[in-house]
Write a protein that binds this ligand. Sequence first.
Ligand code: P1T
Length: 388
Amino acid sequence: MSDSKKHGLETLAIHAGQAPDPVHGAVMTPLVLSSTFAQRSPGEHTGFEYARTDNPTRQTLEKCLAALEGAEQAVAFGSGCASMTTLFQTLRPGDHIVACDDVYGGTFRILDKVFKPMGVETTWVDMTDPNNVKGALRDATKFVWVETPTNPMLKVIDIAKIAELTKDHAAKLCVDNTFATPVLQRPLELGADLVCHSLTKYLNGHSDVVGGVLMTSDAELIEKLRFLQNATGAILSPFDSFMVLRGVKTLPVRMDRHAQSALTLASWLSEQDGVEKVLYPGLASHPQHETAMKQMKAGGGMITAVIEGGLPAARRFLETTELFTLAESLGGVESLIEHPAIMTHGAVPAETRAQLGIDDGLIRLSVGLESVDDLRDDLAAALKAAKG
Ligand code: P1T
């Protein structure tokens, strides 16, 4: 496809970085599994030498993802955690990170258990008040890490405001855009320097790949990330690249429906007896609803709710749903449900979980693409069971 900047997201998702294969005319990007590539003479090759360094299928995916997020380059890794780890490997002992207080449990674990012992400290702040970021910045701060909407409390952080507050500081603003995707939220256009995704979630969208990606137009970061991608080798495999390239083609269509169904279910849930609280950025009752509507096209596909009756009631709820499968992860075509305190956020200390409100009655729903009537019936049956 010629000039990607002229095309809409629906077109980019299907065509960006891709052209029919010049050898056979294959319309779908070939899956190139070769680990090495023939050279005509030492150092004279087609641009591909060894598949850790670069692989045609991964390169095509990286081009497509970069076009979707509006970044100069995308650098793909073997998981969302591998992508974050590689980014933090650009830091040195004494460097500092300011991160939002509610993040995926694995993100907390990387910073607290892997990088803190190596001398990279993180200050955790509630970024729903952007001024808290300003107070936490130090001369040594290299990254400001924002996840929005956050996992699992679905707090919404004002990316443009944080970008404004940090613009005179050398720290780079990084946004984990996994929950919103480039379809619903455009961090780079709002002033962020880098976007991170777990490809495992909406971008692949079919719960059959674990992957991650970093995207940026910052030349200095691109150089460091390309170096580390090759040097430390936490790459996305050709097969997984092929799968994400296939999955991402329907991303814009999927996100519209995820958000539409989630709004319907969140509104319904918030009217039910036995539900203490519903957190969904698209509901007027959400504490940062205004910010959400300013920076997101819709509220997304995730809902967090508190079931009355604590852990016993939450357990009955989670054991009863049939269409909502009890499992970690999110963003697939099928609906999932989970218990953050026991499952995805077990790595977060109990005291921090209590401060954030990740309590025993809290459940998280990833609303899939099934009939929304069937999903509502499934939740109604679970609510009945939860009441005992
Ligand atoms: O699982 P992995 O591909 O390594 O991605 C990590 C990750 C990064 N960022 C966010 C916002 C995430 O939600 C995740 C993974 N999250 C789950 C597995 C989960 O169920 O919340």
